[in-house]
Design a protein around this ligand. Structure first.
Ligand SMILES: [Zn+2]
Length: 401
């Protein structure tokens, strides 16, 4: 597969694009990317439905599909059953011969890698936890993970990296994450591109997770949404009007450091009353331990929600989270808030309560309703999201020639 010039700045590229004209070549690439995305995301699988969904002419779709068949990006699957008489149309599927993509997740506690196809189906997965020699072993562990994903694969398109920040997303540099084993200023994009020869794209874990929701999840047909992830911290990836919110300042959308009480708990960031001091997983588990007299992890805590003491703890955390989510809603007017990472363990009744509180308190309640629902890919969303950092430019046509 041919690779074009690629990778400036996921999310910012749309803004830059708006300021310049679209030449014929760019338009052709964009159309091909769109057709590939529609097939990969399962939105259309016949020439006819692709024509309808893409708004392109029948002839354009036929030409693009012929090219994809020749390049082994798609293949013809089963004939689709049709009640009306006549020739049944062949369905189009992503070919097993199409390239694969590596996703790499860099966390404070561990490194993880995944190999996926264009449909985000996981083919391989591996995780390495950090130990005492985290700094020395950082790059060797990353190479070990990538090598393992590459083993036996002839056709890999690129590597998407989701890493804790601050980051220079454009240059692909992990700057100076706090409490990160002394690891800083890692030119991860250049290092991986030089060693493996693939294009590499870097972004924040929560942005990556939001991208998975946008490309393959319930977020496909939603133009403005917030993906909110709860772990030992709280973070967000935000889409506004179809574009991911990306700041060049190095930080992601640091929802956890939104204050809900200016007299509140002193946060390590310097602010007071940051919501992650009240609603993150470790805080909830500490309170549950005090109530139950024994240690529980978050999944167990959620499973015990019928116990009044645990319900009070979960309800209190959810209420406090809603204080900051109402502000998010008033600021960006999302249609949906997707709750991800460990919060997918929360029983549905808490999702319903959050939806109710947010809609009661936000502005313009009578005009629109915000939905609160669990994210599509559970706890793996950041990892498969890393893959989407490559699929996003591919589906925009930027990696197709
Ligand atoms: Zn803070």
């Amino acid at each position: 597969m041919n690779l074009g010039a690629c990778g400036k700045y996921p999310g910012m590229e749309d803004d830059m694009e708006r300021r310049k004209g679209i030449n014929n070549d760019d338009l052709k690439k964009r159309n091909r990317g769109l057709i590939l995305q529609l097939i990969a995301a399962g939105e259309a699988n016949t020439r006819m439905s692709l024509t309808r969904k893409s708004g392109l002419t029948k002839m354009s779709v036929t030409n693009i599909i012929d090219e994809f068949l020749e390049k082994n990006l798609v293949h013809e699957g089963e004939k689709e059953y049709q009640e009306v008489q006549g020739r049944n149309p062949a369905t189009l599927e992503i070919s097993p011969k199409a390239p694969k993509i590596i996703g790499l997740l860099i966390n404070r506690e561990y490194l993880a890698a995944v190999l996926c196809d264009f449909q985000l189906h996981v083919q391989k997965k591996k995780r390495i936890s950090f130990s005492k020699d985290a700094k020395e072993m950082f790059l060797p562990h990353i190479f070990e993970l990538v090598d393992e994903m590459l083993a036996g694969e002839e056709n890999v398109l690129g590597i998407g990296v989701a890493s804790i920040g601050p980051l220079d997303v454009e240059k692909g540099v992990i700057l100076n994450p706090p409490r990160f084993h002394g690891i800083k200023n890692v030119q991860i994009k250049d290092i991986l591109q030089e060693k493996y020869g693939f294009p590499v794209f870097l972004d924040h874990p929560y942005n990556s997770a939001a991208r998975a929701e946008k490309l393959f999840g319930y977020g496909r047909n939603v133009s403005s949404f917030a993906f909110v992830g709860i772990t030992n911290g709280i973070g967000a990836g935000i889409y506004v009007d179809g574009k991911i919110l990306q700041s060049p300042g190095g930080l992601g959308s640091e929802l956890g450091h939104m204050s809900i009480d200016y007299h509140g708990i002193q946060c390590e960031c310097g602010n007071r009353g940051c919501v992650e001091n009240y609603a993150s997983v470790n805080v909830i588990c500490d309170k549950a331990e005090a109530a139950l007299g024994r240690k529980v992890d978050f999944a167990e805590c959620c499973a015990l929600y019928r116990e009044p003491a645990i319900d009070r703890i979960l309800s209190d955390a959810v209420e406090k989270l809603c204080v900051c989510l109402v502000s998010v809603v008033n600021l960006i007017n999302p249609e949906v808030i997707f709750m991800g990472h460990e919060s997918v363990e929360l029983p549905d009744c808490y999702m319903e309560r959050m939806e109710q509180i947010i809609n009661e308190r936000k502005l313009s309640t009578e005009y629109s309703k915000v939905r609160v629902m669990k994210a599509s890919f559970g706890k793996e969303q950041q990892l498969v999201g890393a893959v989407c950092n490559v699929l996003n430019p591919l589906f925009s046509g930027k990696m197709l020639l």
